[in-house]
Design a protein. Structure first.
Lengths: 108, 118
């Protein structure tokens, strides 16, 4: 399969922990990356290589993988974390890129 | 690092358009550049990539209609779009791979809007 599946939306209370998941067969062989996109803005890289935080990303963001499911976790979620989050990876062939459908995070 | 897209506009179905992505602030020839699009209120869709040696890859949705190219003299990447369809309407971003390689995309332009409509 060349698809990555994300839940459409998740909400979290301010200061609490939230996990966003991304599932796909290609994740068995390839790492996921994670992007944050706020309204009217281009995406920014949050996590690369499965678990590494990109430059300037707060350490409340972390990521992991179990089997074919990659997860982005935010501990102590802040209001400014409210955004759409997308995962991506290579597809099963390794020759193309595939994005998940995105998860909208609402901070209550 | 800066990526600036241009060339978007309103195009009739079946028409053609060339998008440009001007890069600066990094050693252009070393990095793979990608095009990613986003239809209004929709998710991100990867379209194409071109590596430093000119190797290319395309999504199934555009293969045979779109052609990616690069000009190292101008530090620019282009996306020639032919046989445009209404479903190609989107904001088109160019992005640069992270130093660890793709699909990690660490820099993005602000996008250029393509609207395919009669």
């Amino acid at each position: 399969s060349s698809e990555l599946t994300q839940g459409p939306a998740v909400s979290v209370a301010l200061g609490q922990t939230v996990r966003i998941t991304c599932q796909g067969d290609s994740l068995r062989n390839f790492d996921a990356s994670w992007y944050q996109q706020k309204p009217g803005q281009a995406p920014i890289l949050v996590i690369f290589g499965g678990t590494s935080r990109a430059s300037g990303i707060p350490d409340r963001f972390s990521a992991s993988r179990s089997g074919i499911t990659a997860s982005l976790t935010i501990i102590g979620t802040q209001a400014e974390d409210e955004a759409d989050y997308f995962c991506n990876s290579r597809d099963s062939s390794g020759n193309h890129v595939v994005f998940g459908g995105g998860t909208r995070l609402t901070v209550l | 690092v800066q990526l600036v897209e241009s060339g978007g506009g309103v195009i009739q179905p079946g028409g053609s358009r060339r998008l440009s992505c001007a890069a600066s602030g990094f050693t252009f020839k070393k990095y793979t550049i990608h095009w990613v699009r986003q239809a209004p209120e929709k998710g991100l869709e990867w379209i194409s990539l071109i590596n430093g040696q000119g190797g290319t890859s395309y999504a199934d949705s555009v293969r045979g209609r779109f052609t990616i190219s690069r000009d190292s003299r101008k530090d620019s990447v282009y996306l020639q779009m032919n046989s445009l369809r209404t479903e190609d309407s989107a904001l088109y971003y160019c992005s640069k791979e992270h130093y660890t390689g793709w699909p990690n995309l660490d820099s993005w332009g602000q996008g250029t809007l393509v609207t395919v409509a009669s």
